[in-house]
Design a binder for this molecule. Sequence first.
Ligand SMILES: *[C@@H]1O[C@H](CO)[C@@H](O)[C@H](O)[C@H]1NC(C)=O
Length: 417
Amino acid sequence: MRSLILLVSLAICSASTNKRNIVTIQSSFDDLYTNPGSCLGYPNVLEDYRDAMYNFTIETYKQVAPKGTYQFVMSPLSMWMTLAAMAEGADRYTQNYLFELLHIPRNQCLRHKYYHLAASRFSLTADAAVISKRALVIDEGVIPNPVWHNYVTKHHLLDVLTAPLKHNPGASASTIRQVVSAEFPRLDLRGNSVLIDTMDYNGLWNTAFADAVVKRAPFYSIEGKHIGTVDLMTVKRYGKIGYVPSIQAKILELPIGVNKQYSMIIALVVGQTDLRPVIQAMKSTILSNVLASLRETKVPINIAVPQFTINSELDAKTILQDLGITSLWTEPEATRYISSPPALPSSYVQRATLTLNKHGVHPPPITELRSFGPPTAPEDLFFSEFIADRPFMFGLFDTETHTCLISTMYTQPTYPN
Ligand SMILES: *[C@@H]1O[C@H](CO)[C@@H](O)[C@H](O)[C@H]1NC(C)=O
């Protein structure tokens, strides 16, 4: 019976019924959670946090891009937080690997600051919805270590839910798919738990695209071959634009929301270059270079961007295995401080969905009323248009930390030939 399958927050579970279990887990676990005392007087960690996030964003981007058609959307932030939660309860060996991959410092006060920055990036307002859900779904009868559970809940890193994974894998799988609105064809439930995370973006541009003009237009491959058509939305406005030679890409920033609390940064590959080696050679410094390249334009930019929804379901476990994270999935020892018996996750999947449409907070500017001559300098000409009718990479950045919440790439036209 479907109704028997409940994903119940373990907050409801009474910890007192399992005191004996907990005591044994806790004794070997204490050193991680000794009270750090006052964290006042610790330095501002924003720059280090940003470096950590840039590194993780590019590391994962490089893993995900070549796995399919180079068209995908993923959330490095959501994955980072999920893994940080697992790292907090992992054995020393696995924890070292995870902290290294995530660039999380050992010092507890610094870690708290990172977690606070990470968890405060989301938004659920009428103009910008950026929502991530992260959960460890454990089998019925698996008891989470309450110290770890409290810690990851307090820092908003991860929820813990239960489902009868072993007793009723079919129904559990369909409940999980329903809860996260995903297919996840290869959901492996043979372990004591699975990790799931989701990210949904739906926002209003600060300046809307022109209402009347969304038209079917050709879309090209990097080599310039006509491969299909897209619904191009257009607007003419002043903005920030740049060029980054190492990836031969023109960069455009499009602010989102009433207070411009987010930006979409789009990198349009204008060179006829093979993307594969370019992506493979990317260093995390590329993100600072991209942001540093942006300048206010002297002339209004003719902007055209396809309208689309992009949805990806990633096998995060495989991506992480390729990045050297293996013990988490294979060694019960690695997760024995997370639960009893050890959580030993058999799957980790992420779904991310992003929609770009023409709607915005403010109407498009009436540029016709301004008088300006045609651009004259070749540079002005180059920066006077941004027509995304060929593959582009883009990311959702938040204005406070300038880190990337969602990283994506668009290569496949909505209506292929
Ligand atoms: C991430 O950091 C590690 C260690 O500092 C470094 O070896 C690696 O090249 C960095 N990755 C990227 C994509 O910059």
